[in-house]
Design a protein around this ligand. Structure first.
Ligand code: COA
Ligand code: MG
Length: 300
């Protein structure tokens, strides 16, 4: 049996301070939404943004996971954000600039005290030098609590390190792969960072493809135009689906029932590839179900 994979190809940041963006997000085909109360809300707009988001979450019909990015928990805003997110029944809270596991522990404890259900998860932005250096420890300790995923924050990384990555992100690759590895070693989801130049479609498509090759589950986005390319890059290609179908069919044949390894068109195929093939087909089915759910939302 393959568990239904959670679709995380495209997670769009929606600034809660922007009523138009909130309204618009309802019909967008992003796999999930990250409502932002942190950097995109100016200090004097944070309380109003939280209230607007509370109201919006009470009536949203978007079919994907809903995540709220909150302000630091040692601020008044952060505490109120967490309370709001818990009350609104979102799927996860995204903490920013996570640099050690204590902050995750504190957030988990605060959620426990609010009687938050276990399904309310924590996600962590890894976006500082310390966060990157300690990513494995943060992941390992974090999964003992509610931690479910990492999100890369390239803008803050750049700001804090003065790194000047080229278009291929060459200078960032060791750090990005370290974050991916820390996540994978501990069973966490991991999302690639945002691409700011939302009118540069070619550069964006290249970055999505690179993120997929690095092993990210999906990409965080800032603009609706970025949704479809991310869905395409992080979903299985037609060729991958066809190959997965061929592998499943081959192992179903009676003559292969007892075999651990076979060949298909001159390529070695083992049972571990069967497991992956089933994962790919489960993802294909999840995408079809999601598309059907979005179509329903549209026609309401
Ligand atoms: N979520 C939902 N809707 C969005 C959106 C987003 N992130 N970004 C843009 N839109 C909407 C706009 O409201 C506009 O809707 P309309 O034409 O129906 O009124 C439409 O998409 C086209 O937007 P466009 O005019 O091209 O861009 P903009 O100038 O309105 O916004 C940004 C550009 C960068 C300010 C905006 O995309 C944004 O705020 N992105 C998210 C920022 C964020 O959350 N940052 C924190 C994480 S890094
Ligand atoms: Mg940041």
């Amino acid at each position: 049996m393959v568990r239904d994979p959670m679709l995380l190809r495209s997670l769009l940041f929606v600034p809660a301070a922007n009523g138009r963006a909130l309204e618009k997000s309802e019909a967008l085909a992003a796999d999930g939404l990250i409502y932002d109360l942190e950097d995109s809300a100016a200090p004097q707009a944070k309380d109003e943004a939280r209230e607007r988001l509370r109201e919006h979450l009470g009536k949203t019909r978007h079919p994907g996971p809903k995540i709220v990015r909150i302000n630091p928990l040692d601020s008044r805003e952060g505490t109120e954000d967490l309370l709001m997110a818990r009350g609104a029944g979102v799927d996860a809270v995204l903490l920013t600039k996570v640099e050690d596991s204590d902050v995750l522990k504190d957030a988990s404890r605060a959620l426990d005290e609010m009687d938050a259900p276990a399904r309310l998860r924590l996600w962590a932005m890894v976006e500082t030098p310390r966060g990157i250096v300690r990513a494995e420890k943060i992941a390992r300790k974090g999964v003992r609590g509610r931690l479910s995923g990492f999100v890369v924050g390239p803008n803050d990384i750049q700001l804090a390190t003065n790194v000047l990555p080229d278009a291929e992100r060459t200078e960032l690759l060791p750090w990005l792969m370290q974050i991916v590895l820390a996540a994978k070693a501990n069973g966490l989801h991991v999302l690639d960072g945002v691409y700011r130049d939302f009118r540069d479609h070619e550069g964006y498509a290249r970055e999505c493809a690179a993120g997929r090759r690095m092993g990210f589950d999906g990409k965080t986005l800032i603009h609706p135009a970025q949704i479809e390319p991310a869905n395409a890059a992080f979903g299985p290609s037609d060729a991958a689906i066809a190959e997965a179908e061929a592998i499943v069919a081959a192992f179903r044949r009676p003559e292969n029932a007892q075999k651990g390894v076979i060949q298909i068109d001159g390529r070695m195929v083992e049972r571990l590839h069967l497991t992956d093939a089933r994962r790919i087909l489960a993802m294909r089915d999840a995408i079809a179900a999601r598309n059907a759910a979005s179509a329903n939302t549209d026609s309401r």
